[in-house]
Design a protein around this ligand. Structure first.
Ligand code: FMN
Ligand code: SF4
Length: 495
């Protein structure tokens, strides 16, 4: 039993006074008294890596933003609270349990990179978390911690891509959540370069947003960090890098807040030292498998390859899960037992990624939809299809091409998740091709609405979400990018 409570307390921190009682405020106090470069050096020494999925070194990101600050405009700090990875509920749990620590981390970031604004970017549908953050913000403002820094909440759209940080910045600027072209970092809020091309085409697409570099200093950079990343900051600042490294591994110091759902006894969220065997995470949070069933596979969301039963001793860490060919991602683990159908899971993951694709890169949307469609036929053992073997060939071909020219990593996710299921469970795919398998609908793979009373509730409304991001029975055939061509002037809505 290795549950720890560094950022996820055992009970909710209900009031600001409760937070002060557990030594809240020491981080911001230390940061305001220190030289910013020293705080960044401590963060770098701690080895903290971003908990939003990519594991990028947080200190290095802060150093880059601070070094590229604008002479004219202060930077902005954005907390990525968009949480939409299927099977992940950790950020909302942290926001509910202790919003004060996340806000304190964000204020420290603002002090260190010279920002005058902190934005908590969550989804409009996250009502409980919004209320918690709002009341924490009020108390923190009243205590004077935020003097000179404005704090606000941005209620964003429901789309998965809204969590991708450049799409999130697009959304903050009032446009659709379409990813920008990826440089190491980019200019942020309120920074769109008008070009004649934009005006004549009427598009103003995200490709035209200026990228940050040292040669242009008028626009300020924006620092985007995940909720859990920010929650770790205050204690690193006041207790130091060495303390932070007393948990975890050399390459993955600290802890990770994990979500376990699926075929376990009870779904839940728990914090573990990095390096804990994955088996222990699943057993401790999930309480083991349902009676008579055995664990067969774990899907770590839709961003990393499937994990099989023989890989459960892998350590929960960036390097540990990479070594078994998967990834830590945001540590959301959907558990499947021996009744699972790998083809139905592949069809569900593929449908999620194909529908959520924005269509800025044609292969990502078009090939993605073909993969999803073929997998759905295969899962259903659709005997109106002439040749299911041919469908498998087509799936393989499209998995090669889906990543062509991809602007963000969603297309690669599609490729690796589906390919990993085909590689790990070939007999399941063979049985569907041969028509001997039991027909299945695609498994529902979607955002978690909540994890409550030991149950993970996946968003059932996703079943009617169409590839053009409308809800209903009809697929218009359009891509989201075609529907929101005038999003420069019209605020995006997902209705
Ligand atoms: C399709 C997609 C969805 C993402 N969704 C989220 C999300 O919901 N929350 C999040 O923090 N990061 C998400 N990310 C990662 C962010 O782009 C970014 O790496 C992260 O916010 C950086 O913060 P960190 O360094 O603290 O992890 C997503 C990335 C992709 C490609
Ligand atoms: S890779 Fe896919 S989701 Fe990402 S920007 Fe291109 S079309 Fe959109």
């Amino acid at each position: 039993m290795t549950i720890v409570h560094r950022v996820l307390p055992p009970h909710p921190v209900e009031t600001f006074d409760d937070y002060l009682a557990v030594r809240g405020g020491r981080g911001i106090e230390a940061a305001r008294a220190a030289v910013p470069a020293d705080v960044i050096a401590e963060l770098e020494a701690s080895g903290l890596r971003g908990r939003g999925g990519a594991g990028f070194p947080t200190g290095r990101k802060w150093r880059t933003v601070a070094a590229n600050c604008s002479v004219d405009n202060p930077a902005t700090v954005v907390v990525n609270a968009a949480e939409g990875e299927p099977g992940t509920m950790k950020d909302r749990t942290l926001l509910r349990m202790n919003p004060y620590e996340i806000l304190e981390g964000a204020l420290i970031a603002a002090v260190v990179v010279g920002a005058d604004a902190v934005v908590i970017a969550l989804k409009e549908s996250f009502r409980t978390e919004t209320a918690r953050v709002q009341s924490a913000m009020d108390a923190i403002r009243a205590a004077g911690w935020a003097d000179g820094i404005t704090m606000s909440i941005y209620p964003g759209p429901s789309e998965y891509l809204y969590g991708e940080e450049t799409a999130l910045l697009e959304s903050l600027d009032g446009r659709a959540p379409f990813p920008r072209i990826a440089p190491p970092f980019r200019r942020g809020v309120d920074e769109v370069v008008e070009t004649p091309g934009d005006i004549t085409s009427g598009s103003g697409l995200s490709a035209h947003v200026e990228m940050a570099d040292a040669s242009h200093t008028a626009a300020a950079p924006t620092l985007v960090d995940n909720v859990e990343t920010m929650a770790n900051v205050p204690r690193i600042v006041w207790r130091g890098a060495d303390w932070f490294r007393t948990e975890g591994t050399q390459e993955s110091p600290g802890t990770m807040v994990c979500t376990v759902t699926g075929a376990v006894q009870h779904a839940g969220v728990g914090e573990f030292p990095m390096g804990t065997p994955l088996r222990e995470v699943i057993e401790t949070v999930g309480g083991g498998m349902r009676p008579g069933r055995t664990l067969t596979a774990i899907l770590p969301g839709v961003s990393s390859p499937v994990i099989t039963a023989d890989q459960l001793d892998a350590p929960l860490s960036y390097e540990g899960l990479a070594a078994i060919g998967s990834g830590l991602g945001s540590a959301g683990f959907i558990v499947y037992d021996d009744t699972f159908d790998a083809v139905a899971v592949a069809a569900g993951a593929s449908r999620f990624l194909a529908v959520e694709s924005c269509g800025q890169c044609t292969p990502c949307k078009q090939d993605g939809l073909i993969i999803s469609d073929r997998l759905q036929s295969l899962a259903a053992v659709d005997d109106t299809r002439v040749d299911l073997q041919q469908d498998m060939v087509e799936i393989g071909r499209r998995l090669d091409s889906v990543i062509t020219g991809a602007r963000c990593s969603l297309a690669t996710q599609h490729q690796v998740v589906v390919a990993s299921l085909i590689a790990a469970f070939p007999e399941a795919f063979d049985a569907h091709v041969a028509g001997t398998a039991t027909p299945h609908e695609p498994e529902l793979i979607a955002e978690l609405v909540d994890v409550r009373d030991g149950k993970g509730e996946f968003d059932a409304t996703f079943r009617t979400k169409q590839p053009d991001w409308t809800h209903g029975d009809h697929d218009s055939g359009a891509s989201p990018v075609d529907r929101f061509t005038d999003h420069r002037v019209n605020r995006f809505t997902d209705s």
